[in-house]
Design a protein around this ligand. Sequence first.
Ligand code: GLN
Length: 184
Amino acid sequence: MKIGVLALQGAFREHAAVLRRLGAEVVEVRLPEQLDGLDGLVIPGGESTTMMRLMGLYGLDDAIRDFDAPIFGTCAGMIVLDRERLGLIDVGVERNAFGRQVASFEAPLAIDGEEKPFTGVFIRAPWIVDAGPEVAILAEVEGHPVLARQGRILVASFHPELTDDTRVHERFLELVREEQGVRA
Ligand code: GLN
């Protein structure tokens, strides 16, 4: 399985390490043509405004809109996939939603379909304020959605690449496998 990690800015190395640990071949993506032949793409956390600007500069915004395999966005990566930006998932998000006082924290998450809680690492994280009918909410913090899926798009407010728990990345790779089955 060949998975791209958008490597313009932010926590891309940590995602690459987890994906390699799970047996994927990882490609760091900095140019549109590097999306060719990928089975999936991860958009990491970082700073969404900077990431959008850099994507625009390299033509990666349009290229990612045209990319048709599964995409997993974490934190800033979730923000750039939302309705207002790349428009690949039908959600509206609020940036830095947890406020300055609690900019960074960890919280045990009950993820839909998982028996044991997952430790969510939140760093100036967004949450979903509004989700369309096609969006499945998979985890919440105090009633605010922080993990969601719409078809081949998975988004998380938190940073699963900063823990040793690989379950969220495994779910993404399952999604990639399912999608390969559909496309085969
Ligand atoms: N606060 C950042 C933003 O709005 C996201 C933070 C993160 O990715 N850890 O883009």
